[in-house]
Design a protein around this ligand. Structure first.
Ligand code: AMP
Length: 188
């Protein structure tokens, strides 16, 4: 099973992706986490993308897709993948489709976490992960980038079916059980 867990910054994608991966035996492919690891290890890729992450802009599609293509070959993903924070543009969604097609795979479900915008800002400001892009100004910018560049990705998947919108408010467990209902209905 291959899933895209989608939604704005602060929707809870990372937290939910971890639970889904644990309970369904899938690999967690979070492009933001991969970039942050490159940055802290000061790899050439990390040095290249650091200022982009700091500004809240998107890393160019070709860089993201090259990283995903390499990552997805790893054994962690052989039983399926939860994509978190990717695809973030329609071009990335098209690129992903091609990568998966070459591997004989497809996206089984696109799960959208819906959270009202006021709540997103509050969640991001209070999550306390010490991220350099979690200041109020940068959060506002990331939400703008999401609206302009990322939200059209939903339309891309709607055109192919398989889109499930889930309310992302309430406790972590409540949101997880909504996701679980969708995934269990897919397996029947
Ligand atoms: P995240 O951890 O998903 O909030 O991502 C943090 C930052 O990493 C974003 O604000 C972007 O600068 C960069 N990033 C992560 N994933 C992508 C992606 N799929 N495409 C472009 N930039 C990304």
């Amino acid at each position: 099973m291959n899933l895209v867990l989608f939604g704005p910054p602060g929707a809870g994608k990372g937290t939910q992706a971890q639970s889904v991966c644990q309970n369904y035996g899938l690999g967690h492919l979070a492009t933001g986490n991969l970039f942050r690891t490159h940055i802290s290890n000061e790899t050439p890729l990390g040095l290249r993308v650091k200022s982009i992450l700091d500004s809240g802009e998107l890393v160019p599609d070709s860089i993201v897709l090259d990283m995903v293509k390499e990552e997805i070959q790893k054994d962690d993903f052989k039983n399926g993948v939860v994509f978190d924070g990717f695809p973030r543009t329609v071009a990335q969604a098209e690129g992903l489709e091609e990568v998966l097609l070459n591997m004989g795979l497809t996206i089984d479900a696109f799960i959208m976490l819906d959270v009202p915008e006021e709540m997103l800002v509050q969640r991001l400001l209070s999550r306390g992960e010490g991220r350099s892009d979690d200041t109020e100004e940068k959060i506002t910018h990331r939400l703008e980038v999401y609206r302009k560049e990322t939200s059209p990705v939903k339309g891309y998947y709607e055109a192919n079916g398989h889109v499930y919108s889930i309310l992302g408010t309430g406790s972590i467990d409540e949101v997880y059980s909504r996701i679980q209902s969708v995934l269990d209905s897919l397996r029947k």
